[in-house]
Design a protein around this ligand. Structure first.
Ligand SMILES: [Zn+2]
Length: 405
């Protein structure tokens, strides 16, 4: 059976707050929505009714209220009513996922990049999107995450791994696939996923630290991702960790990128063992008790602990989420990380709450899909010229819901 796809409207006001509360926390009781948005039961009923009639929200079951009185009816969104594509673009491939309205991954696919020429990359992305579209009845919008500087209009200002400067990727891809496209820095995308649907959901203040080929950092304060024109420069990679460490390409001694990246860790172990070992093998050797690997991994983990203590001391987060393809360091050397944190914290300070994600590549894509999803539900998807964004109304759209309030 084909699921109707109601318009996601309104895009502002308290009715939007109600819709977002259900999208992010649903299924959720009316009592909880009213409490969180500070609405009377009557106001909530008045705001929710048009959203239910439009098919955007659905009533499902009841939850005992825990005290005398009527059980509270639960509200939810139809997660499969909308689908989004999220793509992580690296120097040699594009990995894409299709998600539903809750950013849950339905399917994924990878396309190799034969060339880094913008024209060839747009063709590869269009083919990947075309392949992914086959798995669902329709796709609402596409998000692209890139490790680099991206302007709000979707122009890639600088992406060293692609050797790109000033490439209007958003506009070019949109023209090729005729779907709304959002392009943003991949760390911002990753952080937005965590804010809406991941470990940072409903938190006012949290940090994201990713380990991998580079070191990434994202910060949410006041419930919003902290934006900066410098997002994409990987500035945290230059945070000093070891005064006797190697030099980075910018001339810093022992900064985070010379100690904590996958290549730094596996490179140090390769040197000690006089053979090339991969990052995963390095962690396996450390866990198996190989002395050289154990020393390198524990030193890196202690350095990571110092960095985490700095983040905690300076930004006072409720949670630090660790991710990225190198996140295996956390489980391989958690005690050393905790030791490093303790060395740089006041002993009376609360323990820094850490949460590790799976480190799966698809996490980056899910973040990119959330960018597209947010642009859609917040009505901010006019990233490139509106004339290029005009797309035919989606089949099955129901009548526009008048803003209520
Ligand atoms: Zn540096």
């Amino acid at each position: 059976m084909r699921i109707a796809t109601p318009s996601w409207t309104p895009h502002r006001g308290t009715a939007l707050d109600v819709a977002l509360e259900v999208l992010i926390n649903g299924p959720v009781s009316r009592a909880q929505i009213a409490r969180r948005i500070d609405l009377s039961a009557g106001s909530l009923t008045r705001l929710a009714q048009p959203l239910i009639e439009s098919g955007l929200l659905v009533e499902m079951g009841e939850q005992a209220s825990g005290h005398v009185g009527r059980p509270s009816r639960l509200l939810d969104v139809v997660a499969e009513s909308r689908h989004f594509i999220g793509v992580k673009l690296t120097g040699d491939s594009a990995l894409g996922v299709v998600t539903n309205l809750r950013a849950q991954v339905i399917t994924q696919a990878r396309a190799p990049l034969a060339s880094r020429e913008p024209e060839a990359v747009v063709v590869a992305l269009a083919e990947l999107v075309s392949e992914l579209r086959k798995s669902v009845s329709e796709v609402t919008a596409v998000g692209i995450g890139i490790g680099g500087l991206v302007s709000p209009d979707g122009t890639v200002i600088a992406a060293p791994f692609l050797e790109w400067t000033d490439i209007a990727l958003g506009a070019r891809l949109e023209a090729a696939i005729r779907l709304p496209v959002v392009v943003a820095n991949d760390l911002v995308a990753f952080t937005e996923y965590e804010r809406w649907f991941g470990g940072g959901r409903n938190l006012e203040r949290f940090a994201v630290l990713t380990l991998g080929a580079g070191i990434g950092y994202g910060l949410v304060a006041g419930g919003r991702v902290v934006q900066s024109d410098d997002a994409g420069l990987g500035l945290i990679g230059h945070w000093p960790i070891d005064p006797y460490g190697p030099l980075c390409e910018a001339g810093h001694r022992g900064c985070a990128r010379t100690i904590l990246t996958q290549s730094a860790i596996s490179g140090a172990v390769s040197e000690a063992l006089n053979r090339t070992v991969s990052y995963d093998e390095t962690l396996d050797l450390a866990e198996a008790g190989d002395a050289a690997a154990r020393t390198v991994v524990d030193n890196a983990a202690r350095g990571l602990g110092h960095l985490l203590a700095a983040i905690a001391n300076l930004t006072m987060p409720e949670l630090v989420i660790l991710g990225g393809e190198g996140v295996g360091l956390v489980s391989a050397a958690e005690a050393s990380i905790r030791q490093g944190i303790a060395e740089r914290r006041d002993p009376r300070a609360a323990e820094v709450p850490l949460l590790s994600t799976s480190g799966d590549d698809a996490e980056w894509c899910r973040g990119a899909a959330v960018l597209a999803l947010q642009a859609h539900v917040l009505g901010t998807d006019a990233q490139v010229g509106a004339d290029q964004r005009e797309s035919p109304p989606l089949q099955g759209d129901v009548a526009h819901v008048a803003p209520v309030n």
